[in-house]
Ligand binder design. Structure first.
Ligand SMILES: Nc1ncnc2c1ncn2[C@@H]1O[C@H](COP(=O)(O)OP(=O)(O)OP(=O)(O)O)[C@@H](O)[C@H]1O
Ligand SMILES: [Mg+2]
Length: 601
């Protein structure tokens, strides 16, 4: 199994038959199948799965599927013709009916089991059997692995019906949550943040399910009604969908010696993961312990970089459990996520998510997932003390690596170069750190719109006038009652902002002074800053009208958001700017479904 298989050289895939020729099922062909599974994939009732890496299971098609959207960008990257998205056989397959797919595609999909840790604590009670054997892809079913232009991709239906891991739920996703995930994945990709991708989205014209949700304008924290919503199937695509929780499942079984093949299954999944996600950086010839240590180092690099990127763009993964943490190091599961409007380190879009998964705590949440990942690898190094020590070292170095990533992320957002050859690099770094921490305080106290603030700063304004476009005056006025005298006086605040701006400029200038190896012009700094500080962000109050209109069969806002949000760094038209480069209107604060979500499915 390798990612470098013979492939089609021509990049045009115009029909499902063209795509079928690229099918290559590495997971089903090399990993262990659950021996208790039914052969025909009609395995939809909740049950315990004791062994094996996957359960063959057929998706349940949605009734009367209708095309909603496909990602033109991703189709283009894959070499897919746009016309395919609405062609009957493609629609049939990606709305859940794989009974007629052309060979060598297979007429059976697969779901995988995984374990759950929340912020570093192992859970089994969410599993209805209290054993952890019922937990896994409850409504995500993979239907294809294909090698396209040298890259292996797995295509997975979300909302594809019940699997043995459904824990009694319906296996469905509703149109609302599917639109959110569909738009967010492609937006994140355009922002330069590693992510699963969106392929297609189809809705049922006739099939509905009930979900708890908020009544119009509700300010309550939890949903106050049940609504009936159309079901949808979106297809997401990634090199693999292996999660930290998946490694944990096999490691826990190994630790408890649950069955004779436990260790073998753990090793197999880890080696499979390396082939799927790390083949370019981990040599196939190495021994397992050597590979494991390299894997830990590389995953740590990817994970810390991912989280720094999340913070760069204002993204919060409100439910960063180990089962929502892809070991490939990309963003996975856009359920209780959100992009912050107002900068708030404690921002958490999901009411059930808790402070541990809030915006600025994501580095710690990532560390907890990394700890669980390392714990899962340990059985593979049990008889190799030296490698175990190396793993320990990597694990304990997490916060240092994370800090370095965060420092360079903030420096990039501020147009600063941490590594410039000034006379005293240590004092330069200390000045940068002071500047960043003062900025955090100011952004919080004012408060500012995170995206607009950094975008305005990217124009390197002469005074704080342009930055004030990002100030939430209404919130500021409310805080005028605050007992802290520093916050009481708007003039005092302006003064602090002005001082901060001056300090920032001094640092910018020192970075482009004559002593620097390659001084940068202001234009160049501004241009670079605009490549890391997006102008357009997928704010929840942009998405809500899109899914509301879609529920009435109008998909035009989805298309508009696809256009705008896949060029987040570009200066777009005046109309787009007026509509999408704006502070969050006061009436949207504290509104259920907009400012916070209680569940996402
Ligand atoms: N309607 C549903 N039917 C069956 N299983 C579900 C349903 N909703 C969620 N689940 C399962 O519950 C678990 C936790 O839910 P979570 O919200 O993280 O999932 P998700 O958004 O479906 O998952 P993911 O994107 O991580 O595959 C997942 O294993 C998921 O498959
Ligand atoms: Mg999930």
């Amino acid at each position: 199994m390798t990612n470098r298989l013979p492939q089609k050289t021509s990049s045009t895939i115009s029909t499902l038959n063209d795509l079928a020729k690229l099918a290559n099922y590495s997971l089903m062909d090399t990993l262990n199948c659950d021996p208790d599974a039914t052969e025909n994939g009609a395995d939809h009732a909740p049950r315990q799965v004791f062994t094996g890496h996957y359960v063959p299971v057929n998706p349940t098609p949605i009734k009367d599927p209708e095309y909603v959207a496909h990602s033109k960008t991703f189709f283009f990257e894959l070499g897919f013709a746009d016309s395919m998205a609405e062609s009957p056989d493609f629609v049939r397959m990606f709305s859940g009916d794989i009974s007629q797919v052309p060979e060598p595609m297979r007429k059976v999909g697969w779901a995988t089991g995984y374990a759950l840790s929340i912020y570093g604590t192992e859970y089994i009670q969410q599993c209805p059997f209290q054993t952890g054997n019922g937990y896994g892809d409850g409504r995500a079913i993979s239907v294809l692995e294909a090698v396209i232009n040298g890259q292996r991709w797995e295509m997975q239906l979300k909302g594809g019906g019940r699997t043995p891991y459904c824990r009694g739920a319906d296996g469905r996703a509703v149109l609302r949550s599917s639109i959110r995930e569909f738009l967010a994945q492609e937006h994140m990709h355009a922002l330069g943040v590693p992510t699963s991708r969106s392929l297609s989205l189809y809705v049922s014209k006739t099939e509905k399910v009930k979900r708890p949700w908020y009544s119009q304008g509700s300010r309550s924290e939890n949903p106050d009604m049940l609504i009936s919503e159309a079901v949808a199937i979106s297809t997401r695509v990634a090199p693999s969908f292996i999660r930290v929780g998946q490694l944990e499942l096999f490691a826990r079984r190994t630790r408890k010696n649950e069955h004779p093949k436990a260790m073998e299954e753990l090793e197999k999944i880890v080696l499979h993961l390396i082939d799927r996600e790390y083949a370019d950086v981990i040599d196939r010839q190495l021994t397992t312990p050597e590979k494991v240590v390299l894997l830990a180092r590389e995953f740590q690099r990817r994970l810390t970089s991912l989280v720094a990127n999340w913070i760069r763009v204002g993204f919060c993964q409100g439910n960063f459990n180990s089962d929502n943490c892809a070991v490939g190091g990309f963003t996975l599961d856009y359920g209780p996520f959100g992009f912050c409007d107002v900068f708030n380190p404690h921002y958490q879009p999901w009411t059930g998510g808790g402070h541990h998964f809030s915006f600025m705590n994501q580095p710690s949440a990532a560390q907890k997932n990394f700890d669980m990942f390392c714990l899962a690898l340990r059985p593979l190094l049990a008889s190799h003390q030296d490698y175990l020590l190396e793993l320990d070292e990597i694990q304990s170095g997490f916060s240092t690596v994370m800090h370095t990533q965060m420092d360079s992320m903030w420096a990039a957002k501020l147009g600063l170069d941490l590594d410039i050859g000034t006379l005293n690099p240590a004092s330069h770094k200390a000045l940068c750190n002071d500047l960043i921490s003062e900025l955090e305080t100011l952004m919080m106290q004012t408060p500012v719109d995170y995206t607009i603030f950094f975008r305005e700063l990217s124009s390197i304004p002469n005074d704080i006038g342009p930055l004030k476009k990002s100030f939430y005056e209404n919130l500021y006025n409310n805080r005028a009652h605050d007992s802290d005298p520093k916050k009481r006086d708007a003039k005092e605040m302006d003064k602090r902002w002005t001082e901060w701006l001056e300090k920032w400029k001094t640092l910018l200038n020192s970075a482009s002074d004559a002593n620097a190896p390659s001084p940068r012009s202001s234009e160049e700094i501004s241009r670079q800053m605009k490549l890391v500080n997006p102008k357009y962000i997928l704010r929840e109050w942009f998405v809500m009208p899109a899914y509301q209109q879609a529920a009435a069969g109008n998909y035009s806002l989805i298309r508009e958001l696809q256009d705008v949000m896949t060029q987040p760094y570009a200066e777009q038209s005046k109309d787009v700017e007026d509509k999408y480069y704006r502070l969050k209107p006061p009436e949207f604060f504290e509104v259920g479904g907009l400012s916070h979500l209680s569940c996402s499915s």
